[in-house]
Design a protein around this ligand. Structure first.
Ligand code: UD1
Ligand code: CA
Length: 458
């Protein structure tokens, strides 16, 4: 590919969102819409990406948190043409071509950008615009072509005459420009229009009047270039992106029982023959193995899991799960937990910042926090690690093959050795050596005939 850099316009407020947040950092499928656009540019093969920010610029930089892009400030939002002008000094020496993108079109695909760039480079045009045919072109700029079908200019919806408003071919806001010609053209545009703004679109007619040729590429799927201006469109974009992701996963061999009720973000990988049941939300960066069964009604965020993992009606956050693990129903696995191969975590169990060794079981009604548990340990129902003394958190460690009886309190810091056994109902405050039995319980009293005696008295 010839030298191509991008300029991504993201300085606007997005008034129609009615939000304190700048428009471009509203999330689509769990990620700011601008981040999707930047990703598409990189994936189209562009390594130099310049983002124009202005309204709440610092908030945008923080949300995007990308040290590879170059940031440019547009202090007053005087229009898309003015926004592009702000990048001129950065590109003074640049003789290549520039792809212009908008931060509010998160559905754009890298392949489409690559096609536009390809067509532009082959044609030698001064500019090539990506157009779309919209059933309802309301709000978009219209593409005006001459009698030979070549692009003459773009007229904004608000500036269009009645016959122009009928045109269905619209400007997607995505273009390729020869860089020196773009900046030369920008010097000739004015803000004489209904909005009093410097329109980038006017550069096309300026170039055309200077005898340059303008090309157009029409996108196959107009949904890709949908611009988000309000929250109705935001929800629509979210739905489309989610559906694309689910279709991709299904084509890769994942069964999704009810795609209408399954929410899986972009950065999720799932192995073949896994099944995702309804009501499941998989967020952040997740990598799940083959033959897993996830859901119903389960939320995973930043989770890695091996093969044959079953997670039912549970929430798992920022944790790592081995192969052949079963979680739930109704478990809550909190951050920094490691469930090793063959672990079983059952119903009404909460685990936080703990390592559970291979083949160990926490089958019912337990709280395990700040614990290191060995292999093949059985944690009886109702066991609690008392990890918090009111000011500090303390660790519980349990050796391999230990057996913790039901309803045990392990008061941390405390250690239970390998093969040790804890009697049910104990409150363990002292370390238990390897192989020992420890019981802490008031002696059980029995009074024979007590009930009869009591009734005789009456
Ligand atoms: C723009 C196009 C229109 C096209 C539509 C496609 C112009 C004049 N119009 O209209 O032809 O059909 O996109 O979605 O270009 N921005 C800045 N600084 C500014 C103004 C805008 O950075 O001073 C950014 C915005 O943050 C946004 C993008 O440019 O990401 C587009 O601006 P927006 O106001 O949404 O333009 P449209 O009216 O949609
Ligand atoms: Ca827009």
């Amino acid at each position: 590919m010839g030298q191509v850099a991008s300029i991504i316009l993201a300085a606007g407020k997005g008034t129609r969102m009615r939000s304190r947040l700048p428009k471009v950092i509203h999330n689509v499928c769990g990620k700011p819409m601008l981040a999707h656009v930047i990703k598409a540019a990189y994936e189209a093969g562009i390594s130099r990406n310049i983002v124009v920010i202005g309204h709440e610029a610092e908030m945008v930089r923080e949300a995007i948190d990308n040290s590879e892009v170059e940031w440019v400030y547009q202090s007053a939002q005087l229009g898309t043409g003015h926004a592009v002008m702000q990048a001129e000094s950065l590109l003074a020496e640049f003789r290549g071509n520039i792809l212009i993108l908008c931060g509010d079109t998160p559905l754009i695909k890298p392949e489409t950008l690559a096609q536009l760039i390809q067509a532009h480079l082959l044609s030698g045009n001064a500019a090539t615009v990506l157009t779309a045919l919209m059933d309802d072109p309301t709000g978009y700029g219209r593409i005006i072509r001459d009698d030979d079908g070549r692009v003459l200019k773009i007229v904004e919806h608000r500036d269009a005459a009645a016959d122009q408003l009928k045109l269905k071919e619209i400007n997607t806001g995505i273009y390729c420009f020869n860089s020196p010609k773009l900046f030369a053209g920008l010097k000739k545009i004015t803000a004489v229009n209904t909005q009093g703004e410097y329109y980038l679109t006017d550069v096309l007619s300026v170039l055309r009047n200077d005898g340059e040729s303008i090309g157009a590429v029409t996108v196959r799927d107009p949904l890709e270039t949908m611009g988000i201006n309000n929250r109705v469109q935001l929800a629509e974009a979210d739905r489309i992106m989610r559906q694309n992701k689910l279709e991709q996963l299904m084509m890769e061999g994942v069964t999704i029982i009810d795609p209408q009720n399954t929410y899986i973000n972009q950065d999720v990988v799932i192995g073949p023959d896994s099944v995702v049941y309804p009501g499941t939300i998989i967020e952040g960066i997740c990598r799940l193995g083959e033959k897993c069964q996830i859901g119903p009604y389960t939320r995973l965020k930043d989770v890695t899991a091996g093969d044959n993992v079953i997670i039912q009606n549970s929430v798992v956050l920022e944790s790592s799960i081995g192969h052949n693990v079963s979680v739930g129903p109704f478990a809550f696995i909190r951050p920094e937990t490691i469930l090793s191969d063959g672990v079983k975590v059952g119903d009404f169990v909460e685990i936080k910042k703990s390592v559970i060794g291979k083949g160990s079981k926490v089958p019912h009604l337990s709280y395990v926090g700040d614990a290191q548990i060995g292999d093949k340990v059985n944690i009886g129902a109702g066991t609690i690690t008392c990890n918090y003394d009111g000011s500090k958190k303390w660790k519980t460690t349990i050796g391999n093959n230990a057996f913790i009886g039901s309803n045990t309190n392990l008061v941390a810091p405390v250690h239970v050795g390998n093969d040790a056994v804890i009697g049910a109902g104990s409150t363990i405050t002292k370390n238990v050596p390897d192989g020992a039995l420890s019981v802490e319980r008031a002696k059980q009293s029995i009074y024979p005939g007590w009930v009869d005696k009591k009734t005789k008295k009456k």
